[in-house]
Design a protein around this ligand. Structure first.
Ligand code: SF4
Length: 151
């Protein structure tokens, strides 16, 4: 089960969206120089439909996007909950910030509007760095991925 360590309303993680970004614990990636090592621990509130309903319900009028920040230990739970959000809040876009190099076999993208792939490499920096290894994609309806940039 995914767990929400913390959350925030952010404007820069997904282009042109006001995003409810949920930081997910139990990160398995162990990137050297990790910017958020507290997310390695098994802490936080279980991300059930009830929890998401309560959380998104508070901000549904204020945000245009929901972003899973992590969740790499259980990617298919990210997929399942993204689909639930799409079905429950059709006006809210969905994004996943994954530290993986690529998606796991069998993962489907139809419930996501944005996807970030790539581990954090301190020397290269995050998505806002010109040298970053990470890539942010817009997911089109036909499943095609288009690279996009943060503004
Ligand atoms: S994916 Fe993020 S939280 Fe996880 S180890 Fe890498 S930098 Fe840290």
């Amino acid at each position: 089960m995914l767990k929400c360590y913390s959350y925030d309303i952010v404007c820069q993680e997904v282009p042109d969206e006001i995003t409810l970004a949920v930081n997910i614990s139990c990160c398995p990636n162990r990137c050297t120089g990790c910017h958020s090592p507290w997310l390695w621990s098994d802490e936080g509130q279980p991300m059930t439909e009830e929890m998401l309903s309560s959380l998104i319900g508070q901000y549904a009028a204020a945000v245009t996007c929901f972003c899973f920040m992590g969740g790499d230990a259980e990617p298919f739970e990210v997929e399942r909950l993204a689909r639930w959000i799409k079905d429950t809040y059709p006006h809210i876009k969905t994004a996943w910030y994954s530290g993986r190099e690529s998606l796991p076999e069998g993962f489907t993208l139809d419930a996501l509007d944005y996807l970030k792939l790539g581990p954090y490499i301190e020397a290269l920096g995050g998505l806002k760095s010109p040298n970053t290894n990470q890539i942010l994609y817009k997911v089109h309806n036909d499943g095609k991925l288009e690279k996009c940039c943060l503004k």
